[in-house]
Design a protein around this ligand. Structure first.
Ligand SMILES: Nc1ncnc2c1ncn2[C@@H]1O[C@H](COP(=O)(O)OP(=O)(O)O)[C@@H](O)[C@H]1O
Ligand SMILES: [Mg+2]
Length: 399
């Protein structure tokens, strides 16, 4: 029997639209001989929709019409590791179940979804899912905490000064003075938990720094500042696997038009829109890049080893992309960030490594079931009469 695989995309995130592209790419690439693919669109209000057109990128040009043509659903755990989708509002008569699925592939990007939020929801639903768990997703989204964990694991990261937006509002001069004395110029300022270069700027002097800080604090309650790497080369490498076994893809060098790889560089530089409704040549897959990256001797292997080390230090599962900063002159290399659900699931890096998109998804699904089996072997409950005792305690007011 074929497995019902739900591909979830969208959600309340600044990277909503990019996720729609990535999600539909994955939906279209699933092997239909093995799976019944089910596309689930999560609106910016976190409402779930299914329907014939939900997996068609062209339908998203008129969202209102798309939603009117689709069915809003509520997921409920069916108790046997599956999720049932009930149409909402419920039908007065007849069956409300619209579809069901046994495994989910979250293809969401950004805060409020990729940061462990959706994973926590899937945990509550009790269904296996092919991505990082709650903890590693949250770690991956918080650039400051991620650096701390990686530093301890011996992975090279740039030191950063992290502060609350409220600290900056209370005493902006102190924050500016601290950055100037500990980091200097040029400096990069970024919200700790956003993606797609949103809210990130480089500052070469105090005026620019103040502008950069004002921008960053408007996006996130916590902000970090770190030195801007000169002679910059960016290198990305994806990793597939789990904490027991993981492999690295080929490395790519994204080629940016400006100092900072912008949202436009990443998602709009190609100009082509989706092919065959699948949008395979849009989104991250369209970024101008050199693939494989042309790196000095030994650096590809170094990047691949650090990518796997990063993936496993953060406890990741499925496919993630680890992004590096490299000073071309000194040869220094730092892990800049991890994307626990990379744009386009980084399928183009796996294709270049000899793993077609459909096989990448196969492996991700297998990893989701593997984690589920491992968890089932753990003890999550034990018989106890604690509540009976607590009830007696409550009656007498004891704790
Ligand atoms: N320390 C740095 N030095 C130089 N450029 C940087 C630095 N940090 C980020 N950048 C530039 O900004 C871009 C976006 O930053 P990044 O940390 O990757 O955030 P995002 O999660 O938004 O992708 C990077 O791709 C790079 O071009
Ligand atoms: Mg980045």
């Amino acid at each position: 029997m074929k497995t019902n695989v739900a591909v979830l995309f969208g959600g309340k995130s600044t990277e909503h639209e990019v996720s729609v592209i990535s999600g539909i790419q994955a939906f279209c690439a699933l092997n239909t001989e093995k799976y019944n693919p089910l596309a689930i669109y999560i609106t910016k209000n976190n409402e779930w929709y299914v329907g014939e057109k939900i997996g068609n990128i062209k339908a998203y040009t008129d969202l209102k019409a798309l939603l009117a043509d689709s069915t809003r659903v509520l997921p409920v755990p069916s108790g046997d590791g599956k999720v049932e989708l009930l149409c909402y509002p419920f039908k007065k008569f007849g069956k409300s179940t619209v579809a069901q699925f046994e495994v989910a592939i979250p293809v969401v990007h950004g805060t409020n979804v990729e940061d462990g939020t959706l994973m926590g929801y899937l945990e509550m639903l009790g269904v296996p899912y092919a991505s990082c768990d709650v903890t590693s997703s949250a770690l991956g989204m918080d650039k400051a905490v991620m650096k701390d964990v990686l530093k301890r694991a011996g992975v090279p990261v740039l030191d950063a000064y992290t502060f609350m937006g409220s600290d900056y509002i209370a005493d902006s001069e102190a924050v500016v003075a601290h950055i100037e004395s500990t980091i200097g110029y040029p400096v990069i300022v970024k919200p700790v938990n956003l993606g797609s270069s949103v809210g990130i700027s480089k500052a070469d002097d105090r005026d620019a720094l103040v502008r950069a800080l004002d921008t960053a604090i408007s996006y996130s309650p916590r902000v970090l500042a770190e030195r801007a790497v000169g002679n910059l080369r960016e290198i990305n490498c994806a990793v597939l696997g789990d904490s027991e076994e993981a492999i690295a893809s080929v490395c790519e060098e994204p080629l940016n038009a400006t100092d900072i790889l912008t949202f436009e560089d990443k998602y709009m530089s190609g100009g082509k829109s989706g092919s065959k409704g699948g949008a395979k040549s849009a989104g991250m897959a369209d970024l101008k890049r050199r693939c494989p990256a042309e790196l000095p001797d030994g650096m590809t292997e170094q990047v691949q080893a650090l990518a796997v080390q990063t993936f496993q230090a953060l406890g990741c599962l499925g496919v993630s992309r680890i992004d590096f900063l490299n000073d071309k002159q000194t040869g220094e290399l730092w892990v800049n960030e991890i994307n626990t659900i990379p744009g386009s699931l980084a399928f183009y890096l796996w294709e270049a490594a000899g793993i077609p998109f459909a096989e990448l998804l196969d492996r991700m699904i297998a990893l989701a079931f593997k984690r589920q089996r491992q968890r089932e072997a753990l003890t999550f409950s034990f018989e106890t009469n604690l509540l009976a005792g607590a009830a007696a305690g409550l009656a007498t007011g004891k704790k």
